[in-house]
Design a protein around this ligand. Sequence first.
Ligand SMILES: Nc1ncnc2c1ncn2[C@@H]1O[C@H](COP(=O)(O)OP(=O)(O)OP(=O)(O)O)[C@@H](O)[C@H]1O
Length: 700
Amino acid sequence: MSVNLQTPIDYLKGVGPNRADLLRKELGIHTYQDLINLFPNRYIDRTKYYKINQLQRNNADVQIIGKITGFKEVAQKRGKRLVGTFQDDTGTMELVWFRGQKWIKDSLKLNKTYVAFGKTNWFSGKFNMAHPELELQEDHEKNLRSAMQPVYPSTEKLNNKGVTNRVINKIMQQLFIETKGKFAETLSDNLRSELKLINKQSALFNVHFPKTQELLSRAQFRLKFEELFYIQLQLIIKNLIHKSKIKGFPFNHVGRHFNSFFKDHLPFELTNAQKRVLKEIRADLGSNAQMNRLLQGDVGSGKTIVAFMSILMALDNGFQACLMAPTEILSVQHYNGLLEWCNKLNISIKILTGSTKTSNRRLIHESLENGDLQILIGTHALLEDKVKFKNLGLSIIDEQHRFGVAQRSKLWHKNTSPPHVLVMTATPIPRTLAMSVYGDLDISIIDELPPGRKAIKTVHRYDKNRLNVFKFIRDEIDKGRQIYIVYPLIQENEKMDYKDLMDGYESIARDFPMPKYQTSIVHGKMKPADKEYEMQRFIKGETQIMVATTVIEVGVNVPNASVMIIESAERFGLSQLHQLRGRVGRGAEQSYCILMTSHKLSANSKTRLETMVKTNDGFEIAEVDLRLRGPGDIMGTQQSGVLNLKIADIIKDNDILQLARYHAKSILNIDPSLALPENQVFLKTYKQLGKYKNIWNYIS
Ligand SMILES: Nc1ncnc2c1ncn2[C@@H]1O[C@H](COP(=O)(O)OP(=O)(O)OP(=O)(O)O)[C@@H](O)[C@H]1O
C-alpha cells in the first residue's frame, strides 16, 4: 500500500490496533504526520551505564546491566505486584510491575544479561525500578544507533501499557522507512540559505535520530524557527488583512482641543516615551485603517495622559470617545482625573457604572445618542445594549486582561463601523508572549518613568518584626505620608480572609488610635457608595491608613501614599505584587513596600518575594512570572497558539522568536500577498492554515 503523511497510524508496521488506540487517545496521534511531529523533549546518553552500588534516590534515566535471578509475587498494602530481583556484580535491586505480571514473567528470561532502563526509587531500604524498559544486552548493542536517545513527551504514563519510549523509537524508524524519509520543504531556499538552515528532511531525521550533537542542534534550530515563523506569519497576515479590510475613521486633523491642552494645560513635560507612543497612535488614527493597538506601560508610567490626548484627537475630528475600566474605583478615579482637564477645555464628560442612578442613566443615554456627550467613562456598564453612541470614534480599554477579547469586540460593535481601539495594560506582558499572543495587535510601550521618581525600596519582613514595621509606619505618618495595608482575598478562603482583614483592621485601629490616626477600610463586600466614600477620604488625605483587599490593586493613584504593606505576601502572584507596589512611588517622595509573611515559604514563594526585593522593573518581573507559572496561566495565552508549541519554548527560545518575527515581517513587507515565486512555498503552507488548529499539521 502506498502511504502518505495523512495515512492513519494503524497502517504503520509495528503499531497494531491496541497501540494505535493508545496513541490516538493518549498522545493525539492519528496519522503518520502526527507521529513525525511528536518531537523528543530531551535526549539521554544510552552508552552510559550505572552499577547498582552507584545508584542514588530518584535517579531518572538510569541504565543498569544485570541479570534477573528470580521473581516473586507480592500482595501487600501497596497492592498486588510482581517483583524481580535484578543483580549485577556490585549488588541487587528490585524490578517492579503492578500490571501485566503474567506476560512479563513469561517473556523475560532468567539469568540472561539485560539492560534495564528507567527511574530508580528507594523503597523499604532497597532500590527499585518500576516498569523498567528491558532489553537483552546483545539486542541493545545491536540497536544502538546513536549515543543520544530521544525521550518523547508523555510516554512515561504509557510505559506500563506497552508504548514505551523504545516502542515509539522503533515505530518512528519504521515511519522513516515507509515514507522513505521524504518530507516536503516548507521554507524557501532564500530564507534557508540566508539563515543557514538545514533542509526539512534532514531536520526531521536528526531530531529523531541524532547522529551528533551538532546535527541535533541544527535540526532543533530549524524546526523551532519554522514553528515560530509560521505563527508570526499568520499573526502578521491577520493584522494586514484587518488593516486593509476594516476601514477606520480618519482623524485627519489635530485641532482645537488637542492644541489648547498641549499649549496651555499640559501639567508636566511629557516623557520621550509618552511622546513616541502618542506619535504612534496619531499615525494609526490618521491612516485609513482601524487602530487596534495595545499600549503597555509599567505601573505609574503615565498612560492616562496618553489616553486623554488620544481622546482629544477623536473629539477634534467630531467623534465621541469612551474609556472603560475594570472596577468602579478605577472608573471614578479616571473620571475625576479627566474631569479636571475637561472642564478647562469645556468638554462634556460623564461616568456610567453599575451604581449610576436610573434617572441619571437615562440622561446619559440620551446625550450620548444625540451627540451632546463627548466622553463617557465607566465600567462594563458601557457594554450594555442600551448604551448607544451617536458616533463613537475611539474606545479605550484599561486593563485588558480583566475584560477579555469577547468584551473587547462588543465595544467594537457599538457603531456601524468599528471605532479605533486602544487597549492599555499595566501588567507588562513579557515581550515573547506579547509577540505571540497579541501579535495581531500593534504594540506601543512606555518604557520610561516620569522624571524624579525614586525607586521604591522593597523589603521582606516576618511577623516577628511587626513592632518595627509599626514604628516605621508611625514615622512615615509623622512626615505627612499615607500608608496602604493590603490583605489577600482569595475566593476559596473567603471567610478566613475576611476574618484576617477585619482582625488586621481592628489591630491597626488599636495600635493607631483616633483621633491622632484615621484609618479607612475598603473591600469588595462594601456597597459602591461606601467604598467610594472611604476611598475619597484617603485620596483627600483625611485618613492616613488604608486597610484594603486587592480592590485597590489596579490603577489607584494617590501620590502622597508612600508605604505599601502587603500581608501574607506569599499568597499573591508576582504580577499582583508588582501592581500593588505600583500604588506607591507615584509622587516625589521615597516610597517603600514591605512584604510581610508568617509561614514557612515554598521555593516558588521565595523566588517571588526575592524578585520583588531585587527589581522594580515590570518587564523583568513579568519574565520571572512567566518562568514560574508557565504561559498557560498567563491571561490571554489560552486563546493563542503558544500553548500548542511542539518544539519551541516560548521562554527559552526568545531569540529564535525575534528572528522568526523579523523575517516574517521582512518577507511580508516586500511581498504582502506572498505572490513572488520564491515565496510560493510560504503561500502554499499558509493557505492550509485555516484547516488545522495545530501549526505542525500543515507544515509537514
Ligand atoms: N510626564 C510626566 N511627568 C510627570 N508626572 C507624570 C508624567 N506622566 C504622568 N505623570 C504622573 O504620574 C502618575 C502616574 O500616571 P498614570 O496614573 O497615568 O500612570 P499609569 O501608567 O496609568 O499607571 P497605573 O497603571 O499604575 O495606573 C500620575 O500622578 C501622573 O500625573
